[in-house]
Structure formats: C-alpha cells, structure tokens
Design a protein around this ligand. Structure first.
Ligand code: HSE
Length: 434
C-alpha cells in the first residue's frame, strides 16, 4: 500500500516514525508492505528534515491526489478549510483517506461519508477522537452487539491538564494553559480547547457511532472551562467530587442528549482520577454494562498510533472486493436515523450551586423556602464559617435530580433576593454509575 502523507507536523512526523520504526512488527501482523512514498507540506525544509531521501516531497498537496500510484491519502493538516477540499477530492478520485481531523468529521462527516460510499473507498478517522485510544474501533466492532445507552468522556487533554494543575498545584488558569500549549497538546486556536469546541467535535462523532444518528455538531450543548473558579474546584472536593470537562451523549425513549460542560464527578469513579493530559471514555452498553477506555488523547506518537491502525485496517480490507466492510459510522448507512435531540432545558441532573450573598439573618431560610416552593430537595449543603461580621459567607449545595428548566427558575428567583450579590454558579453533576 502506497501512502501519501499530507502534513508533516506533530502527528504527521509521528506517523512517519511509527510506520518506519514498527515496519517489521506491522508487516508480521498484516503481510502487506506499507510504504510512505509521498509527503506534502508547505514547510519543505521541515519535510526534508523529517523524512528519508527516497520519499518524494511536494509543496502542493493536490499533486498527491492526481498520483495514481498512491492508495491512501493521510490528511494531517487539520481544520475545515483546505483539508475539506483535499479529503473530498481524494475520495472522489478513488483513494482511501485516513484523517485525525475531528473538526472535519464533526462538521462535514455526512457529506464525506456519502462520497466515500459512492466511490467504494474507506474514510477512516480513529485518531480524531481521544488520540491513541481505539474508541471508534471499540464502539463499532467490540461493542457491536450492544445497544449503547450512554457515552461520557474526558475528550480534551488540554483542559484536563489545566483542571489538574488548578486542583493539584493551585496554578492559575492562564499559567496552566500556557504549560499545555508548550507541551504541544493545545489546538492552533486554544479557544477550541478551553471553550469545549474540540471536545464537542469528538462527542458529536461518538454520539453518531453509539446511537446510529446523523453526525450533527449543531445538536451539541457546549460550555467550556474559561469561567471556572478555583473556589468551585476546591468546594467540589470538599463535597467528594472532582470537576472534569466531560463530553456526554445519552439516548433513551425521549431522545438523544449531547453536551459538553464542566461536570462534578464523584471522586470514587475511575474517570474522576484521570489526570493531566490523559483522556478516558466510559461506554455503557445494554449487554456489556459499563466499559472504560483510558490513554493518551493527544501528542505525536499516541495519535500516530491510531492513524497507523487505520492504515493497517485499510490494507487488510483492501484484499476484499467490498472495501467498506465496516460501515463508517458502525450502522448500515440506510439505518442511520434522526432522533429527537433534547434541549439542555429538558435534561435531568443533580446540580452544584454556589451563592454569593450578604450575611443577613434568615438568608438560609429564604433560599431553602424557594427550593421548598419548587418541591426540589437539597442533597447536601455547606455554609462556610463567617469570621468577621461584614464577611459574606460562601454557601454551596447539591440538589437532588432536577430538570434543568426547574433549577433555572429557582436560580432566577434567588438572584432576585435583595441579599444576592453575584450570579449564582451552576455546575451539573453526573453519577456515571448506570
Ligand atoms: N487539543 C486536543 C487536546 C488535541 O487537547 O486533546 C487532541 O485532539
């Protein structure tokens, strides 16, 4: 199999090294020689410095698409601009495509899958979700016999690194972000990481494979971590929780919910203890029960490991007459069906709320009265000690399971109390048990 590699940056360089260093290992497993014959990158010097002399280097990626000796195009430039043109044209010209581009699949997956199917070629994207963790393979193949109830995961290494540093080393948000950028995990535009967009791209893809729904990025409710206060990380710990940026997708009779937001997770859950830039994905299948996948979600070699696995899969399937043996989204294309997407207002959670209010007699009574009127019970509540007369207490609580629209109504009423000083902090919790 001849490979044309487009983009020789962090993941491209890693892919080159993985295929070279593990060439014997891979050959022993598949009996087919995989050869990178062409590389395209705007940075010709970087390309020359990275790959061996016999490999043809082009500045123009489109030159590779016209070359009939290339079987697989590996797109590792990212984004939804030129990468979209490249992938579209590669599939149209009958080449298989491997990509690590989550934004591309989340935004244009439906169109690209159609083109791949029409041309009897494979569009493979294992590296687009959770880097080195084979979560696409696990969902599409290993768990194929299950109806998937829900998927929840730490899908962004940068934000997990930031949250870990804020918790363990008391680092301010900006310093932790800078460190993640220096380590090479962050997106070119780090707002994609910290505002939850990168995780949303990934959970969009997972939801589709899990439930057999069309890829629909617009369906995701997205909140990032940029407004998260160190205080809430500390108070969550006092209540026995850790705050993680989770991508969550659930499906039941009422519909499908897909969301990304900071989430309180009970500290005893394994996923609550996944720290640093690591990723983890929990999948609940109706037969297998809960399963957990853990590994590096970013970085050169881990992501390249997934890219190379896709190349290996394509090489194996290329021996078959029907090359699209495993449907791109794990379901037969005519069985992908739209389902009702629930609005965030209709979702049920337990909520962490923190109040900043003047210290007046009867304050707690007023707060709890509003909860009582809405018939919502409080699971736990903390009123921090007030050491000086003019100090405002920190009050935080966890509600029982409540519809989001009901908790919003309560928040609106409490914020109208004369004692209220600041916007109430609201963070959803997830038990992740069943
Ligand atoms: N920026 C991403 C992350 C890279 O931090 O997880 C991997 O998709």
């Amino acid at each position: 199999m001849n490979i044309g590699l487009i983009g020789i940056g962090t993941v491209g360089g890693g892919t080159y090294r993985v295929l070279k260093e593990n060439a014997d290992e891979i050959f022993n497993k598949i009996g087919i020689e995989i050869k990178i014959t062409h590389v395209a990158d705007k940075n010709l010097k970087l390309a020359k410095d990275t790959v061996d002399k016999e490999i043809i280097i082009e500045e123009d990626a489109f030159a590779l698409l016209e070359n009939s000796s290339i079987d697989i195009i590996v797109e590792l430039i990212g984004g939804t601009g030129i990468a979209l043109d490249i992938v579209r044209k590669a599939l149209e010209s009958g080449k298989h495509v491997v990509t690590a581009n989550k934004a591309l699949i989340a935004m244009h997956g439906e169109e690209l899958i159609k083109i791949a199917n029409q041309n009897n070629v494979i569009l493979a994207y294992e590296a687009a979700v959770a880097g080195g963790i084979p979560i696409i393979k696990s969902l599409r193949e290993g768990l194929a016999a299950n109806k998937i109830n829900w998927v929840a995961g730490i899908l962004n290494g940068t934000t997990n690194y930031i949250l870990t540093e804020m918790k363990d080393n008391n680092l301010p948000f900006e310093t932790a972000l800078k460190q993640a950028q220096d380590l090479g995990f962050a997106e070119a535009d780090p707002t994609f990481d910290i505002e939850g967009i990168d995780a949303a791209h990934k959970i969009t893809i997972l939801a589709s494979i899990a439930f057999g729904v069309p890829i629909d990025f617009e369906a995701v409710h997205i909140e990032g971590i940029s407004n998260l206060n160190q205080k809430d990380i500390r108070y969550a710990e006092e209540l026995g929780y850790r705050i993680k940026l989770l991508g969550i997708a659930k499906s039941d009779k009422s519909g499908v919910e897909i969301r990304v937001h900071p989430t309180l997770v009970p500290e005893k859950r394994l996923v609550a203890n996944v720290d640093g830039a690591m990723n983890a994905v929990l999948v609940q299948g109706n037969m297998v029960g809960p399963t957990l996948y853990y590994g590096a979600g970013a970085g050169s070699e881990p992501t390249a490991s997934a890219v190379a696995a896709d190349i290996i899969d394509i090489a194996r399937q290329s021996k078959l007459s029907n090359k699209t043996l495993i449907p791109t989204l794990g379901f037969m294309p005519d069985k992908i069906q739209k389902k009702n997407i629930l609005s965030i207002e209709d979702i049920f959670s337990e909520f962490y709320l923190r109040f900043t209010m003047e210290n007046k007699a009867g304050l707690l009574a007023k707060i709890t009265q509003i909860f009582a009127e809405h018939k919502i019970s409080i699971n736990s509540m903390v009123h921090k000690e007030v050491q000086e007369d003019n100090q405002n207490p920190d009050i935080f609580l966890i509600t029982s399971k409540t519809k989001e629209s009901d908790i919003n109504a309560i928040i609106n009423e409490i914020e109208l109390l004369p004692e209220n000083i600041e916007k109430i902090v609201k963070i959803r919790t997830e038990d992740l048990k069943k």
